[in-house]
Design a protein around this ligand. Structure first.
Ligand code: NAD
Length: 372
């Protein structure tokens, strides 16, 4: 495929990230199709038109079904709130489009399953917004573990903390409403942590969880308060299918943490850790050499790691979140061409959704549960 027509639904935080990725991917990779930015959609006509003009899309619409009906569009980005993902993704697949959908997949397992079934039936490529998997430092961690660099990995410690809801006076938003957002920190943050955990350690086979809302009421913009309908905090003790164990902790009410996605993998010969707030650094400890000289190595990301060289020839200069979205798009374009790809398609994404819903079931019953 020499050219690919794209449509974008939603023009908020993620909409702009997708738009920037569409604008950059051919300049970065060279060997990908020409991207034709055909149409974008948002609910307010003036805003949609301004975004289309600024982001290089030929036209705008307020009706996402009109966008799906456009034969010039081969690939659709879905960056709308979670509650719309199922309807939009299934319709896009039925219209014969490839789909790049933001995470979490949907509100419920049934919705995520329907999306997965539609993807399988369509034969089209799908990708979810698990950008942190594309971080060259994470890719290097994955390579090192697979090469036996830290011996047998037996323990995973992961946490993901942000403070975007830490202030109890912050007002109501769609993210706090079960019908629009589904789960809370589990859908927003824990899914990212699970995406990294399963990439480095394999699938999670069972867990016991504690899931709680800390600030149970929030002010409404027009006065009064409303009940927060989903979780602020989610912690779990997990068992991987490999027999390894681990802990996963998430919070959206963690003052001071901005992108506090931190992972540690403990192995029989060493240990590695990385922290997304310093996403261009991988820290590695190897238990060899004279004990008095041992210590962590801080490996700065560079052209030898993951897809870093595509974006920058100089080590230590650093990539950022938006560049990870460019890599994520390049992986999806590989999947569209039928090549092997690191994209998390809907079938893989369903496994991540199964884990967050297992958290919720375990927290409700106090039981040890298996994701299914
Ligand atoms: P946002 O509120 O900034 O943007 C959502 C956009 O969707 C808005 O422009 C809104 O007007 C538009 N929209 C709503 N209903 C629509 C409709 N019917 N038709 C067309 N457009 C519609 O939200 P966001 O932060 O961009 O989050 C969007 C999605 O991205 C969510 O699923 C969220 O979980 C996900 N997200 C992913 C990451 C990541 O790291 N991958 C980060 C943030 C958000």
């Amino acid at each position: 495929m020499e050219r690919i027509g794209v449509g974008l639904i939603g023009t908020g935080f993620m909409g702009k990230c997708h738009a920037m990725a569409y604008g950059a991917v051919r300049a970065v990779y060279g060997d990908v199709p020409v991207i034709d930015r055909v149409a974008l959609c948002d609910v307010e006509a003036g805003h949609a038109a301004r975004c289309a003009s600024a982001w290089g899309f030929a036209r705008s619409t307020t009706d996402w079904r009109d966008l799906l009906a456009d034969p010039a569009i081969d690939l659709v980005s879905i960056t709308s709130p979670n509650g719309l993902h199922r309807e939009m993704a299934v319709a896009a697949l039925e219209a014969g489009k490839h789909v790049w959908c933001e995470k979490p997949m949907a509100l419920t397992m049934a919705d995520a399953q329907a999306m997965t079934d539609a993807a399988a039936k369509s034969g089209k490529a799908t990708a979810l917004g698990y950008a942190y998997l594309q971080n060259p430092a994470l890719q290097e961690a994955r390579r090192l573990i697979a090469a036996g660099g830290i011996g047998t990995p037996f323990d995973f410690r992961g946490s993901v903390d942000e403070d975007y809801m830490a202030d109890p006076a912050l007002p109501w938003s769609w993210r706090l409403k079960a019908k629009e957002a589904g789960l809370g920190t589990l859908g927003d943050l824990t899914v990212h942590l699970i995406s990294l955990a399963r990439t480095l350690m394999g699938e999670i086979a069972g867990l016991t969880a504690l899931v709680e809302t800390v600030h149970s009421e929030r002010p409404l913009p027009g006065g009064g308060t409303a009940k927060v309908e989903n979780d602020d905090i989610a912690h779990a003790l997990v068992r991987f299918a490999s027999g390894a164990r681990g802990t996963l902790a998430s919070s959206r009410v963690a003052h001071g943490r901005k992108n506090g996605l931190r992972i540690e993998v403990h192995g029989s010969k060493g240990m590695l850790w990385l922290d997304n707030e310093r996403m261009n650094e991988l820290n590695l400890y190897i238990a060899d050499g004279p004990p008095e000289s041992r210590g962590f190595r801080r490996i700065l990301s560079g052209p030898l790691h993951g897809d870093y060289a595509r974006l920058c020839p100089a080590p230590g200069h650093g990539l950022g979140f938006n560049e990870l979205k460019v890599i994520e798009l390049a992986e999806l374009l590989k999947a569209i061409r039928g090549e092997s790809s690191r994209s998390i398609g809907f079938a893989d994404g369903l496994k991540i959704e199964a884990v967050i819903h297992a958290f919720a079931r375990s927290a409700a019953t106090g039981a040890w549960v298996k994701p299914d």
